[in-house]
Structure formats: C-alpha cells, structure tokens
Write a protein that binds this ligand. Structure first.
Ligand SMILES: Cc1cc2nc3c(=O)[nH]c(=O)nc-3n(C[C@H](O)[C@H](O)[C@H](O)COP(=O)(O)OP(=O)(O)OC[C@H]3O[C@@H](n4cnc5c(N)ncnc54)[C@H](O)[C@@H]3O)c2cc1C
Length: 508
C-alpha cells in the first residue's frame, strides 16, 4: 500500500529536517526520505579510532540568547539540548600567513573584534570602524536574518557589491583586507564574492562562536527526534529515484526499494541539478533547466582527520585559517599541482570534559573535482561500498603527505603526535551528500552577476518546493533560515512569523 502524506521531503540535510520540523509543528503529516544510513547530510559525523569527526560543521555562530540562530533553534525546540563549547572570546578565528610572522585574531562581539584588530593595525582604526558598520548595516537588510517575518524590501544594490570593492574603498592596506576576509573558506570566497555573502556568514561568528561537543550530528538527531515526536516519519535507506506526475503536479516519489510515497506537496532538499535530473525533463521549462544546469558548482574540498596519541597535542580553542601569503586569500582556489595546498583551515574536535589535550584535528583545503574525475564511476559510502582501487589510495596518501608537510610548518612536532590519519575527497562529498562534483556549498555566487544563481523555493511545479544550501545561503544559519523561507511558501509567511514570535516571546 502506498503511504500518503501532506508533505514528503527528499533528503534529510539540515534544510529538510528544519522544514519537516516546522511543518509538523503546524499540523502537517510529514515524511523525510533519506538515501544514507545516517541522517543530516553535511551534519553527519563518523568515528575513527573511537574518535568522533565532523564532516560539514566545525563551528556555529549566533547561538547566544537573543541572537538569530539561537532564536530559530529555540523555535525548533532543540536549543536547550545542544551540547556546545564556546570558542575563545578574544580569538575564535586566527588568520596566519607563511610570509608574515604575526598572527591575527578575530574576537567575539563587535567591541572586542574592533579593539583587537585596532591593536594589530593601529593606523587602520577608521577602516576597521567602517568595516564593522557596513557588516551590521548589510545584515540588517535581510529580514529573516533578524527574525523579522514582515515584508520589508531589499536594497537590490547590495547583491552586486563585491567584498573586494568594499575593502578597497575603506583601506589601501592589503594585509588588513586579507585578515578581514581570512575566514573565507567558510564561503569559498574569491575576488568576485558578494559582500553580503561574507557579511551574513562572518557576522554570525563575530556575534558568538561555538563548537559542538562530540560533533554536529547532535543537531540532526535532535531534529529527527522532534519530528517523530510530532508524528512525522523520518526514513533512512530511501533514495528517491523517480517523480510520478498527476497531470502538471507531482503525485508521488518512488525510492530505489520500489516504495512509493504519495503527498499533496513535496520539498526537495537535494541539489536542484539532481532534482531536475530525477524529474527527467518534466515540469520545468527549458530556460529554467538550462539556467540551473549551467550554474557553476562551488569548489570541493580535501580533508584530513587526525587522531592524536593521548596527551601529546595541545587543544586549541580556536580555528586557524592559513594562507601562503595575503594575496592567496583571493586566489587559493586557483592552485596548481606544485603549490597545493595554498590555504587551509584547522579545527579541533571538542569533547565533554575538555582538558588541555586535543583528541582530534580536522584540516580542510580546496580540491577541484577534476583531480578525482578518473574515479567518478566508483561509488563509496557506508551503505554501499565499492573499492576505488590502489591508484586512489596512493593519490590520497600523496595528498595527505603534502598537506601534512604544510601543517608541519606551523606545528613542527605534529607528526610525532599522530596516532592515525584519515581522509575525504570530493568523491566522499559527492557520494555522501549527492552534490554535483562534491560542491561544498552549492552554487557559486558572483557579485558581477548576482541574480544568475538565485533560486526560489517556489518552483514551476505548483506542489514542489526547494530548500537547502543551493538556495539563499549555505551554512547552518543560512540553511536554517532557508527552511523557514521554504515553509513560509506552504504555511504562509504571516502565520509562520506569528508562530515564531509567540514561541520566542514565551521563552525570553
Ligand atoms: C567541509 C564543509 C565544512 C563546513 N563547515 C561548516 C561550518 O563550520 N559551519 C556551518 O555553519 N556550515 C558549514 N558547512 C556548511 C553546512 O554544513 C551546509 O551548508 C548544510 O549542512 C547543508 O544543508 P542542506 O540542507 O543543503 O543539506 P545537505 O547537507 O546537502 O544534505 C542533503 C541530503 O540529501 C540526501 N539525498 C541526496 N540525494 C537523495 C535522494 N535521491 N534521495 C534521498 N536523499 C537524498 C543526502 O544524502 C543528504 O543527507 C560546511 C560544509 C562542508 C562541506
């Protein structure tokens, strides 16, 4: 017998789970279908040598009371159960360069952020003030970013403002520009990145920055529990492979197991390019399909996951963003075989009773899909294993050594502290998440063509909606807000806004 729902959601990434939670709270009978063994998409964790590693969430911003992600997570009913560890208030991110001895710090809270940077750049007080003012001014223009569900208009010019142009307008100091943009691995920034992408992302961490104790999968676990408590179904090993139509609307989706799920409405939380492929040219016009398929995927990544020997490597309560030189902040993605990796991010795992020693470290850098394309016909996840062969193992080992050589420049004793090293490549992201070419954050946003990559949650098929990181903004905050935007299409913005305010007023 086919199961019938109000809303079926394809993919249990954060966007899918947030949407299911909101709809279930509003009385909709929902079902989330996930292809993997673990829910959460990029919130998934894995264990090596009894050590938990995150795959796609290393720190979260804006989780203090009164801040936006705290508000949304409170509404979703998960805030009070999250196990969090605040990063150092005077330096949650540290920006460094091979050719500059000094380390540069991003502090939490705009006052602290300004004070620290003004000490490090005493001649640049005015530029630092101008930067902080603009950051907050731009963030104020996005209503849902401020938990405001009223229809206020955007200043469209904001979408076309380049981060580089703005920085050039406030200072001539290239080192300061690089330091202000130093955490741009967060959004795979380059010289065409819109200022708003930088602002919405970095502002949240300046407000407050936390690591998840024992990993970010606690977010998906709490969301799944909540959805089930509200009567929803969340099912794993259910890969959607087909859409069935009833004239012009979707009637049902079919999974690899041959099960059919019927619903009045559908939300796709997977890469829109993949959704269009599954729709097999039905429902969308050619112009739309061509536009989406021509969007450039954000670059992918290569990560190494280090388990330390006990009590050998000091735990650092901040992240490192490192570059070969200030110029490489803008072009780290244009690496070549000789100079890879041009930049990297380091983040330490945090456990419940964190002492002075680190258990684990994740190091991430850019890697183009082309580098692993020769193995693209292989597929490998916990649920479905497929050996990629010796050449792939050698490739990973070679890259790991090159990456460790770079990290060793910062931490000369690191190799002696390593118990084991594990890796992931663009193929791991592709296979586990289903993103085209293992793209880390969906599609490239380019300030020169700001509206090209805009995708509305409302689609050309009346009862099909999109959600997830390829719309609006990526990241835990961006995708959460995106889930509210998608559900506003189904529930109504006013009703959803009122219900959010009611919950938040009652709590605070
Ligand atoms: C390396 C890396 C580091 C990151 N670090 C941070 C960070 O520190 N802080 C932060 O805020 N953000 C970070 N992010 C970004 C953040 O994790 C993502 O933007 C967000 O989790 C994406 O959510 P999503 O809703 O788009 O779902 P996704 O994570 O894209 O999940 C989609 C889900 O759909 C499933 N699926 C795909 N196809 C099918 C199908 N046919 N049928 C059923 N299910 C299917 C997938 O298995 C997956 O579970 C990072 C991302 C990466 C890659």
């Amino acid at each position: 017998m086919n199961k019938t729902y109000d809303v079926v959601i394809i993919g249990s990434g954060l966007g899918g789970l947030v949407s299911a939670n909101i709809l279930a709270q509003h009385g909709y009978k929902v079902c989330v279908l996930e292809k993997n063994n673990q829910f959460g998409g990029s919130l998934q964790t894995f264990v090596r040598d009894k050590t938990i590693f995150d795959t796609g969430v290393h720190y979260l911003g804006a989780l203090d009371v009164g801040q936006n992600l705290n508000g949304y997570f409170t509404y979703l009913g998960i805030m009070k159960d999250l196990k969090l560890h605040q990063l150092d208030k005077d330096k949650y991110d540290v920006i460094t360069f091979d050719n500059v001895e000094q380390e540069f710090f991003h502090g939490q809270g705009y006052d602290q952020f300004k004070t620290i940077l003004k000490k490090q750049f005493p001649l640049e007080e005015e530029a630092i003030e101008a930067y902080c003012t603009k950051m907050q001014e731009v963030c104020m223009q996005f209503p849902l970013y401020n938990l405001n569900f009223n229809n206020t208009g955007y200043d469209k010019e904001i979408f076309g403002l380049k981060l580089t142009d703005f920085l050039n307008s406030i200072t001539k100091n290239d080192l300061l520009k690089a330091v202000l943009s130093g955490s741009n691995f967060l959004y795979a920034g380059n010289e065409n990145t819109p200022f708003y992408v930088h602002a919405l992302s970095v502002n949240s961490y300046i407000n407050s920055a936390y690591r998840c104790i024992n990993g970010g999968s606690q977010i998906s676990k709490l969301l799944v529990k909540k959805i089930r408590n509200l009567g929803g179904d969340v099912l794993k090993h259910q890969e959607v492979i087909k859409f069935h139509f009833n004239k012009k609307t979707v009637h049902s989706v079919e999974t690899k197991k041959g099960q059919v799920f019927v619903a009045k409405q559908f939300i796709s939380n997977i890469d829109p390019k993949l959704t269009l492929k599954l729709l097999a040219n039905k429902g969308f016009n050619k112009a739309y399909t061509n536009r989406i398929n021509s969007l450039k995927n954000v670059v992918s990544g290569f990560s190494i996951y280090i388990v330390f020997k006990p009590n050998t490597f000091k735990y650092l309560n901040y992240n490192y963003y490192h570059f070969q030189n200030p110029e490489s902040v803008w072009n780290a993605q244009n690496y070549n075989i000789e100079n890879w990796p041009v930049s990297y991010m380091l983040s330490f795992g945090v456990k419940k009773e964190q002492d002075k020693w680190a258990e684990s470290l994740t190091a991430m850098t850019y890697m183009h899909y082309d580098e692993v394309k020769i193995w693209e016909n292989t597929f490998n996840t916990v649920a479905e294993t497929n050996d990629r062969g010796d050449a792939y193992e050698i490739f990973k080992k070679t890259k790991t050594e090159l990456f460790l050589n770079e990290i060793e420049k910062k931490f000369p004793n690191i190799r002696a502290c390593i118990q084991s090293v594990h890796t992931s490549t663009p193929l791991s992201y592709r296979d586990y998440i289903g993103n085209s070419e293992g793209a880390m954050y969906g599609y490239v946003k380019n300030a020169e063509r700001p509206f090209e990559s805009f995708i509305s949650p409302k689609t050309q098929i009346e009862n099909l909606f999109f959600t997830g990181q390829s719309l609006n903004m990526h990241g835990i905050l961006g995708v959460t807000i995106g889930g509210f935007l998608t559900c506003a299409q189904i529930i109504g913005k006013e009703i959803l806004g009122k219900s959010v305010l009611k919950v938040l007023d009652a709590k605070h």
